[in-house]
Design a protein around this ligand. Sequence first.
Ligand code: NAP
Length: 259
Amino acid sequence: MTTRWNVHRLPRAEGKTFLVTGANAGIGYHVAEQLAGTGATIVLGSRNAEKADAAMASIRSVVPGARVRHLQLDLADLDSVKAAAHELDSLDAVVCNGGVMIDDAELMYATNHLGHFALVGWLMPLLAGGRVVTTGSLRGKKVKAGDDYARSKQAQMLFGFELDRRQGAVTSIVNHPGGALDSITFPASLLLQGKDAGAWPAVRAVLDPDVRGGEMVGPRVFGLRGEPQLEPVRSQLADEALAARVWEESVELTGVEPV
Ligand SMILES: NC(=O)c1ccc[n+]([C@@H]2O[C@H](COP(=O)([O-])OP(=O)(O)OC[C@H]3O[C@@H](n4cnc5c(N)ncnc54)[C@H](OP(=O)(O)O)[C@@H]3O)[C@@H](O)[C@H]2O)c1
């Protein structure tokens, strides 16, 4: 990834279709809005039709003529995930962004990791030659005991890298948004950034032809904010035996294998 990337001058992508999960709010909304600006068709994977309608109206107000549509998708419900995957007939990339940070560790793991694992599995026939872009977290780089959110995010990231090792048909790229806040009034905003900027790494992972499978994109400044750039993959994220264990366990829990 040697070329410079201008987050405000994205390459055109007319004729392409991108699915973004959790696109009705937060970073996922901004990923959808920025990708809509390329001329691509954006499918907003959301469990809430009203919120998706509001998000689509907002995107159309920023990007006149935007091609956007809603796909009913509850990541915590495998039947919903399967039905959603079967609704689509063509796809160039999926951005696995939707997620929760809650006290219920099982529901959090199911939503953040297993739902996306199964979604990608069921989308595999459509994704040949396309991209799987997984949104992890800085917290997932090194998981401390008892940090269930970090564990769910690490599982996602390990899956993203393992998918690239196992599957030649798709390009699988991991990204993380750094620290992305809703409000710039919070004091940490000096260190962090808004969710529009939090979307930049995922958008680059979808669009930049110079980003390769198995790579990771994150913000430039301390991995917390700024322009999206390539980051080294090391420590727990480079643990191939751990990634293989996550993969096998996910196949067992979902009954789907992304092959
Ligand atoms: N913000 C940060 O600083 C930060 C840092 C590191 C990583 N991340 C990651 O970035 C991603 C987006 O974070 P965010 O800050 O934008 O979060 P957010 O504002 O809370 O938005 C989360 C999105 O996920 C959706 N979602 C939650 N559960 C879902 C389900 N069961 N099925 C379908 N969609 C579901 C939400 O939809 P509803 O409206 O229906 O709830 C919403 O659209 C997450 O993967 C998060 O782990 C964020």
